[in-house]
Design a protein around this ligand. Structure first.
Ligand SMILES: Cc1cc2nc3c(=O)[nH]c(=O)nc-3n(C[C@H](O)[C@H](O)[C@H](O)COP(=O)(O)OP(=O)(O)OC[C@H]3O[C@@H](n4cnc5c(N)ncnc54)[C@H](O)[C@@H]3O)c2cc1C
Length: 495
């Protein structure tokens, strides 16, 4: 069997590793950081357990589909809890909107804000469901090399309904008028890292994912998914190399042959690059083997970077739920300051996760575990002063809107921002979750998974298809594994 080396240990790498190991190949993962999971790492301090990246578990079907290929299911590895309410939006002090898990209650919420909107929600979500189903069955599991891959009867039949050429904001506003409902519907676009005006309405499939498939949480934290996948991979014989930074890729005759790492050189027949695409291509590959230029990368529209705060509080905080969105300002201005005129935001919106509302294991008894996330433009100047200023801005808004003062009760605090993303993940401009899903960067218009200069190199992860987020990263790894597997079958005689 073949030797497969994988750079990075994010979800895309783990997914690819699992499938190739299942086929019997010898698979080794090389990760520069001391722990695995990429942006979904976790750390513990002062009795608190903090997830460092993803906190929303959406699209449970994608996780089920992954584990099913090993005759397993997520519940064999971690225990999911469905959140109800799914999340809370703060529009101001005492002005909140709770999004119930129950669909009939959700319709009541809509109707209470805008007469007639429940009916519109039904048709919006029916259409979003079709997009989700066509997307899952016919679009997202494709490698995105050519438009022909998407030319199935089902896709052609549904083409008009996919709303590829209508912008998300036009589409949403054609259904709803109330600004709170528009904010609710546009928020998943934040996940995709783009302005609703530049995102195709195809992505209303995310509303279906969020409002119909439920918001879940794995007890112990999102890292339990990484732990589960790692256990599965170890049972299949995958070798894990932590604190092993890949420094250079040797290639000749159209094939890459050797990974040079901080702990020596490792041979391979196939290489899967799950570290950020830009880093692998521009820093690890010799120039003549690169497909894209620095100018190409410079012009990509990236997802935001973030200011993150991991906060431990020695008392419980009332009025927060597990997921809390602070949408007290107009998102348009904040979005402009992320995507159009990059600067530290004038009136920022932000998100607070308080997983200790659901999970006793991640904070000492009677205490609260908080994670603040404020999206900012990639590559902003990241100074200790800016971090402090915006941390205190978020803190004061949370105190104001929840009516609970807790600044004096903070016993643990760590801030994380642009320079940390660059240092920890080699993230281009300190992006948090890859490329924006604008129309110009969808499917065949994304950086290609397959290197056209090196036949046995396959890129995966959130800078290529299908895009940002944990479920897409899982899908990306599966597509890369399929391509690598095909390559190995075609070249069996040369191995
Ligand atoms: C703050 C934050 C919040 C998020 N929230 C959500 C959410 O709620 N829900 C959701 O679905 N998604 C969320 N995401 C997005 C999601 O986490 C990512 O899109 C996904 O995890 C990316 O996986 P990946 O496999 O592409 O790469 P990564 O997770 O980035 O993994 C790449 C790995 O490669 C390693 N690496 C880099 N260079 C080298 C090298 N030279 N040698 C060895 N290793 C190297 C890195 O250390 C890293 O471990 C969030 C992301 C962040 C940062």
């Amino acid at each position: 069997m073949a030797q497969v080396n994988i750079i990075g240990s994010g979800f895309s790498s783990l997914a690819a590793a699992g499938l190739l190991a299942k086929e019997g190949h010898d698979v080794s993962i090389f990760e520069k950081n001391p722990t695995f999971g990429g942006r979904a790492r976790q750390f513990q301090d002062k009795g608190f357990t903090f997830d460092m990246g993803p906190s929303w578990y959406w699209m449970p079907d994608v996780f089920e589909r992954f584990f099913r290929q090993f005759n397993q299911q997520p519940s064999d590895y971690y225990q999911l809890v469905k959140l109800d309410p799914s999340f809370r939006i703060f529009f101001g002090k005492g002005d909140i909107l709770d999004i119930p898990d129950s669909y009939s209650q959700l319709e009541e919420v809509f109707e209470s804000l805008e007469v007639g909107s429940a009916k519109k929600l039904r048709s919006f979500l029916e259409n979003a469901k079709q997009k989700y189903e066509v997307g899952m069955q016919h679009l997202v599991y494709k490698q995105g090399n050519s438009l022909w891959e998407f030319a199935t009867w089902e896709v052609l039949r549904s083409l008009l309904k996919l709303d590829l050429f209508t912008s998300f904001d036009t589409y949403t506003r054609s259904h709803f008028r109330h600004e709170k409902l528009i904010a609710l519907m546009e928020f998943p676009i934040l996940f995709l890292g783009a302005m609703p005006s530049r995102t195709p309405a195809l992505y209303s499939l995310m509303n279906y994912a969020g409002l119909r498939l439920g918001t879940w949480y794995p007890l112990g934290g999102m890292y339990e998914i990484v732990n589960g996948m790692t256990r599965l991979l170890q049972s299949l014989g995958v070798e894990f190399h932590a604190e092993t930074e890949v420094q250079h890729i040797s290639a000749s005759g159209g094939r890459s042959t050797l990974l040079h790492t901080s702990k020596g050189a490792f041979k391979h027949d196939v290489l899967i690059a799950g570290a950020d695409y830009h880093h692998v291509e521009q820093s690890l590959l010799p120039e003549k083997h690169r497909k894209y230029s620095p100018g190409y990368w410079n012009k990509r529209s990236l997802s935001p970077s973030c200011l993150l705060a991991f906060v431990g509080v020695k008392k419980r905080i009332k009025n927060l739920l597990h997921h809390n969105l602070f949408f007290h300002e107009d998102f348009q201005q904040h979005a402009q300051e992320i995507y159009v005129q990059p600067k530290w935001p004038t009136k920022p919106l932000f998100y607070v996760c308080c997983p200790s509302k659901t999970d006793d294991s991640i904070a000492p008894e009677g205490m609260e575990n908080l994670f603040f996330l404020l999206p900012i433009a990639p590559n902003l100047e990241d100074s200790p002063e800016a971090r402090e200023e915006y941390f205190h801005y978020m803190l004061s808004k949370i105190e104001q809107f929840t009516g609970e003062a807790f600044a004096a009760d903070i016993i643990y605090r760590k801030l994380y921002c642009v320079e940390d993303f660059k240092m920890d993940y080699h993230a281009l401009k300190g992006n948090a979750y890859g490329l924006s899903n604008t129309l110009q960067q969808t499917a065949i218009l994304k950086p290609k998974m397959r290197s056209d200069k090196i036949g046995n190199l396959f890129y995966t992860g959130h800078l290529t298809v299908p895009g940002p987020g944990v479920p897409p990263a899982l899908i990306s790894g599966q597509i890369a594994a399929k391509q690598a597997s095909q390559y190995l079958k075609n070249h069996e005689s040369n191995l």
